[in-house]
Design a protein around this ligand. Structure first.
Ligand SMILES: Nc1ncnc2c1ncn2[C@@H]1O[C@H](COP(=O)(O)OP(=O)(O)OP(=O)(O)O)[C@@H](O)[C@H]1O
Ligand SMILES: [Mg+2]
Length: 311
């Protein structure tokens, strides 16, 4: 079957290095994936695995040290024209984990939500700007009069809605959501997810959804990439990944998901991933291989043969 879906975002062999020249540290190490227009792509891995760094490299906050990021067919990492920079600044938005610290406490909601509209290239009258703020607040289920209040007057869920309004007002095509519900009470997580999913349908938004836990992404992501220490180790459609997890790190993440049955939960074995278990060496190197179309795993030849046999 021909796949004619449009790739809105393409990340090719991306590396991001921190530290000094003498002591470089590769936080992202040769990562490749693409995101189709209109899909929700999940990026999952433990703390420090490089998820936020990838998001920030796509949105041009972190310089890249290798590879390419393409958005709508155009390279957007490294040096780009002012016009393209402006385009990217408008079309790609990010929402953050902690609505408490990501909002400027001393600014009113009105300013927080419309800050992006003050950037060069936007020539709006005060009325037009306020009109957009009211509309963005309404779109996330908040009242227009909230515009004159300060962030501390809101609950966590409302603050995350303000963060979403701030992204929406720019009319983006692509939103990077960096653990958008991790800091929220369990009872309001679903509300924020439902809001994001409604907005996606109405506006044909494309999401990169970052999480450290597979259970969160299972139902909202079309495809999921599992990342460990700066490298993607497995990538597949969500259902496929849950049905046939191949990489031991993916299996360990899956075993950490709580089970609804308390008895099963008490008796289950938590898998611990040991990166040394692969026995990789110069002659036994891992490569990116697909076990069925669209399901990729990082494995040596020997491991891959075993994965195929047990599939
Ligand atoms: N600005 C920076 N300078 C130096 N090192 C950094 C910087 N940002 C991130 N790192 C390092 O890069 C690695 C990846 O960090 P990153 O924040 O991308 O991880 P993460 O997967 O988002 O983790 P978390 O789940 O905790 O948010 C970590 O080891 C981190 O310490
Ligand atoms: Mg992070």
């Amino acid at each position: 079957m021909a796949d004619n879906r449009k790739k809105l975002v393409e990340v090719k062999d991306l590396s991001v290095t921190f530290g000094s020249r003498r002591h470089p540290f590769k936080a992202v190490d040769g990562v490749s994936f693409h995101i189709y227009e209109g899909e929700t792509f999940g990026l999952v891995g433990e703390s420090g695995s490089g998820k936020t760094t990838i998001g920030r490299a796509i949105i041009r906050i972190h310089p890249t040290s290798g590879g390419q990021v393409l958005f709508d067919g155009k390279q957007i990492n490294g040096r780009i024209s002012k016009a393209l920079d402006r385009e990217v600044t408008q079309r790609i938005q990010m929402i953050f984990q902690d609505p408490m610290s990501s909002l400027n406490e001393r600014a009113k909601v009105d300013y927080i939500v419309s800050e992006g509209l003050y950037a060069p290239g936007h020539h709006l009258t005060q009325e037009a700007r306020q009109e957009k703020v009211s509309k963005a607040l309404a779109d996330v289920g908040l009242l227009p009069e909230f515009a004159s209040r300060f962030p501390h007057e809101f609950s966590g869920g409302q603050r995350q809605r303000i963060g979403i309004a701030r992204a929406l007002i720019m009319e983006p095509d692509f939103i990077i959501a960096d653990e958008p519900i991790s800091a929220l009470d369990v009872s309001i997580r679903a509300q924020v997810l439902n809001l994001m999913s409604d907005l996606q349908k109405k506006r044909n938004l494309t999401y990169l959804f970052i999480a450290h836990d597979l259970s969160v992404v299972r139902f909202i992501c079309d495809r999921i990439a599992v990342i460990h220490k700066g490298k993607i180790v497995e990538l597949a459609e969500s259902e496929e990944l849950f049905a046939h997890p191949l990489h031991p790190y993916t299996q360990a993440l899956l075993s950490a998901i709580p089970m609804p049955d308390p008895k099963a939960e008490r008796n289950k074995t938590l898998l611990v991933y040991d990166p040394g278990c692969h026995g990789y060496s110069e002659t036994n190197r891992p490569a990116w291989r697909d076990v069925v179309p669209g399901h990729f795993v990082l494995a040596s030849e020997e491991e891959f043969a075993r994965y195929q046999k047990n599939y």
